[in-house]
Design a protein around this ligand. Structure first.
Ligand SMILES: O=P(O)(O)OC[C@H]1O[C@H](O[C@H]2O[C@H](CO)[C@@H](O)[C@H](O)[C@H]2O)[C@H](O)[C@@H](O)[C@@H]1O
Length: 247
């Protein structure tokens, strides 16, 4: 167990009495350590219990806000909790997406597949509203960079580019996590929001947080978040502290 940074602990203590409260988090790299195979990204042990405890506090809503599709997020996490499940970077907000996006996504996947197949270790992930080109397991950094450039060049202007950690995602919607969390905040009438995230797509949320909110960047890199912790283990410590404060 690591100590939660003092400034963050103080901010959470100040926020803990406010209701309604929204506690939202990204999944990969925050609630689950990054691994080579996206389908094997299980939660950090103890994280499900920490989230369930927070969700059990009166007036508190827990939301999982992921780039993954909701069905995939449920499967990979193994969680069933009473959470708000927001997937596909916010495109899946009220439930599964309609089928009309699927044909555009499939055509995109067909265009990208030969590029990915030509690079050993690269992986194509077809998701509800996007296609992701993963290079985490490409041994040659030049080949990885070149594949990401080629995928970027293959994107027509109707697509939304979402670069992330060893990945470039091309989305057939312009949804973003910042809009999704703002919509949740408004819907719940939340007077404060806690958000944890590790990647570029999470910056859309951090940029929209206000002075009453607490944003926590997990890991390195530039951020608009007011607080930072080192890794998913430290993120778990934040959730455990928040659970204690809300109890
Ligand atoms: O918004 P998130 O919940 O963080 O999802 C972002 C993307 O996460 C996954 O990719 C990332 O995690 C993989 C497993 O650890 C890792 O192999 C990959 O390099 C990371 O980019 C997921 O596969 C994507 O679909 C999500 O958009």
């Amino acid at each position: 167990m690591t100590a939660v940074p003092a400034g963050l602990a103080t901010a959470l203590t100040e926020l803990a009495g406010r209701r309604p409260l929204l506690v939202a988090s990204d999944y990969d790299g925050v609630l689950s350590p990054l691994v080579g195979d996206p389908s094997a990204a299980v939660p950090t042990p103890g994280t499900g219990e920490a989230l369930a405890r927070i969700a059990g506090a009166a007036g508190v809503t827990v939301a999982l806000v992921s780039g993954r599709g909701v069905a995939d997020l449920r499967r990979v996490s193994g969680w069933q909790g009473p959470y708000r499940w927001v997937g596909s970077h916010g495109a899946e907000y009220d439930g599964p997406l309609t089928g009309e996006l699927a044909s555009r996504r499939d055509a995109l996947a067909d265009r990208l597949a030969p590029l990915v197949a030509a690079v050993p270790g690269a992986r194509l992930e077809v998701k509800p509203a996007s296609v992701a080109v993963h290079v985490r397991q490409v041994a040659d950094p030049a080949a990885a960079a070149s594949l990401l450039s080629a995928a970027d060049a293959a994107a027509d202007p109707s697509l939304t580019k979402k670069p992330g950690k060893a990945v470039l995602e091309l989305a057939v919607t312009d949804a973003d996590k910042g809009s999704a969390v703002t919509r949740l905040r408004d819907e719940l009438g939340a007077v404060a929001v806690v958000y944890l995230g590790d990647d570029l797509t999470d910056e859309d949320v951090f940029r929209r947080l206000g002075p009453a909110d607490v944003g926590v960047k997990v890991g390195e890199g530039e951020t608009a978040a007011g607080h930072r912790v080192a890794d998913p283990d430290a993120a778990l410590d934040v959730l455990r502290l928040l659970g204690d404060l809300l109890a």
